[in-house]
Design a protein around this ligand. Structure first.
Ligand SMILES: [Zn+2]
Ligand SMILES: [Zn+2]
Length: 332
C-alpha cells in the first residue's frame, strides 16, 4: 500500500489516518496554506504552520480546532513522522513531509521558488514521492525577475499620477497583495488598500510580519490621500461600484495569467502585469529535480501535458485529479 493515496475526500495517509488539504470534511486535516481551495470548512481538527493560524481562523472561524507547528518541527501521528517546510507561496504556506519506515513523501501544495522577501522562502525537501501542482506547467510560462515587474508597475502608476488619476491594482487579498505592498514600499507611501486586503494585513501585522501600515481606501478617504494613490484590491472589485467611487481611475491586474494575451482583454482591464505566486515552468522543473523524487504526482493545472514531459525526462509521473485551483478569487 502506498503511504499517501488519492481518495474521494482528498490526499490520504492510511497509516497515520489523516488527510492533507482534503476537499471534503474529515477528522484530521493537515493544511498546506490558507487559500480557500486548500483550507476548507468543516474538518474536526486542523494542523498547519503557526504563522498561518491567525488568517486560517479569520477565514474559517475562530471556533475551529487548529494547532500550529513551527517549520521543520516534527509531529508523530500514529507512528507517521510529519513536518512542514516553507513553500514560498504566501505567508505561512508549507510543503508537508510525511515519513514512515524510511519512505518519504512530500505534498508541496502551491509553491513558488522565487523569494518574494515576505513569504517564508521555498526550501527543497528530499523525498521519494513528490506531489506537485502544475498551474503554469507549460514552457511558455517563464517569469521575469519580480524587481522588473515592480518597476513596470511603478512607471504605470507615475503615468496615472501625472494624469491626476487614481491607480487601482487587482491582486489577491492573501499573498499577492502583501507581496506588492512589500515590493513597492520603496517607491512611495501612497499605497492604500481595499477592506478585504486591509483586514488580512492587520492580522499579519499583529503577528509581527514586517508590513507597512496601509490605510483603507473608501468613500470617507480624504481627497489628498487619494490623490495619486495606488489602491490594492481583490480582482473581483475591479470595474465594480466600489472602484467607481474613486472617480477617474486606471485599473490593472497582476497575475501569472496575464502572460496569456486575450485573458487581459476578457477581464476588460487596461493593463496586466505578469507576476505570480506560483512557480513558472523553470521553477516547477527545478523544484522537482531538487526533491530528488522518482515518483511525481501532478495536481491542478496542465496535469496531463506536464506529466508527459516528466515521463520523457525519466520520471515516474502521473496526473491526479483534485479540487485544487478551483477558486477564481484565489492565488494565481
Ligand atoms: Zn494557493
Ligand atoms: Zn492551489
Amino acid at each position: 500500500m502506498e503511504l499517501l493515496s488519492f481518495k474521494e475526500k482528498g490526499i490520504y495517509c492510511s497509516v497515520g489516518d489523516f488527510f492533507i488539504d482534503p476537499w471534503k470534511p474529515v477528522k484530521k486535516a493537515l493544511i498546506t496554506h490558507a487559500h480557500s481551495d486548500h483550507a476548507r470548512n468543516g474538518h474536526e481538527q486542523y494542523i498547519a504552520v503557526r504563522s498561518s493560524v491567525p488568517v486560517m481562523k479569520y477565514r474559517l472561524g475562530s471556533f475551529i480546532n487548529i494547532s500550529g507547528l513551527e517549520y521543520a518541527e516534527t509531529l508523530i501521528i500514529n507512528g507517521v513522522k510529519v513536518s512542514f517546510h516553507p513553500a514560498g507561496h504566501v505567508i505561512g504556506s508549507a510543503q508537508i513531509r510525511v515519513e514512515y519506515k524510511g519512505e518519504v513523501w512530500v505534498v508541496s501544495g502551491d509553491y513558488k521558488t522565487e523569494d518574494d522577501g515576505i513569504s517564508e522562502a521555498f526550501e527543497p525537501v528530499k523525498c521519494h514521492s513528490f506531489v506537485t501542482e502544475s498551474t503554469f506547467g507549460l514552457p511558455s510560462f517563464r517569469w521575469k525577475p519580480q524587481s522588473e515587474v515592480y518597476q513596470e508597475i511603478h512607471e504605470w502608476w507615475i503615468k496615472n499620477q501625472k494624469k491626476d488619476k487614481v491607480s487601482i491594482i487587482g491582486a489577491y487579498s492573501l499573498g499577492k497583495a502583501q507581496r506588492l505592498i512589500h515590493g513597492l514600499r520603496e517607491y512611495s507611501d501612497k499605497i492604500l488598500t481595499h477592506g478585504a486586503v486591509g483586514n488580512i494585513n492587520e492580522i499579519l501585522i499583529k503577528q509581527g510580519i514586517d508590513l507597512p501600515e496601509t490605510k483603507k481606501a473608501d468613500l470617507t478617504s480624504k481627497k489628498d490621500m487619494l490623490k495619486g494613490a495606488l489602491i490594492i484590491a481583490p480582482p473581483a472589485s475591479l470595474s465594480s461600484s466600489w472602484s467607481k467611487k474613486f472617480g477617474d481611475c486606471e485599473e490593472a491586474v497582476v497575475s501569472g495569467w496575464m502572460a496569456i494575451r486575450g485573458i487581459r482583454r476578457r477581464r476588460s482591464v487596461e493593463r496586466g502585469f505578469v507576476l505570480s505566486d506560483h512557480a513558472d515552468w523553470d521553477g516547477l522543473n527545478e523544484a522537482i529535480r531538487l526533491s530528488g523524487a522518482e515518483n511525481i504526482y501532478v495536481t491542478h493545472g496542465y496535469t496531463e501535458i506536464f506529466s508527459k514531459w516528466l515521463n520523457e525526462g525519466g520520471y515516474n509521473a502521473r496526473p491526479v485529479s483534485t479540487m485544487y485551483g478551483e477558486n477564481e478569487e484565489e492565488d494565481v
